[in-house]
Design a protein around this ligand. Sequence first.
Ligand code: PGA
Length: 246
Amino acid sequence: MLIVGNWKAYVEDLKTARAVAAAAERAADKTRTIVLAPPAPLLAYLRDHTAKKVKFGVQDLSELPGGAVTGETTAALAAAAGAAYAIVGHSERRARGETDELVGRKAAAALAAGLIPIVCIGERERDPDARYLQGLRAQIDAVLGVLSPDQRARVVFAYEPLWAIGKAASQAANPDDLREMVLYFRKVFERALPQAGAQQVSILYGGAVNATNAAALVADTGIAGFLVGRASADPKQFAALLRALR
Ligand code: PGA
């Protein structure tokens, strides 16, 4: 299982950062990979103060190479600071103007630097004609379309419907629905990957996940794990979530 904690800017001090990382350290074992995605300025510090069994990621990354790009976190920089993963296309970034094409370029930049991109996809709302499915397909195609066949197989997707993000646990996707969505995504993957490859792509779920709903969401839905926001930024809640997933 892959459990990614997207701290957003919920964590803004070293004490809390260390406490959450300690909870992750205690829970990490061979059966699961725990990835912490702190705000970028905390990354190298946490890498130096956390046991090796916890992995790190960035919450976003520049599509640009290094050089005269003030304020950008390039993929090489993220890797040098300890990241092995890069979240790209989070809805909170897309809300600030990121297009599907830009997200594709960011995924390519991550892979070129040896990082695994965690590509967030998700619909704002569901219309009765199910046109939102086309939007999700476009989000996927924009990423897989700019990658080589080898690179496509390394991408992790995180399905995060916007209507669930930041909400109460009762408003997360329900397991039956999630299972259907996973089947749909695998069909879409088949357009860019061989059938067996499409079955193997890791799909995470994110949006209102915590200790109370995580076990049911992973039980029989085909997801490989979670991208967790709020519940990953508090040491007690994160520890409870990790316990619930044992
Ligand atoms: P949430 O956020 O767990 O707080 O709903 C998930 C995310 O935005 O990645």
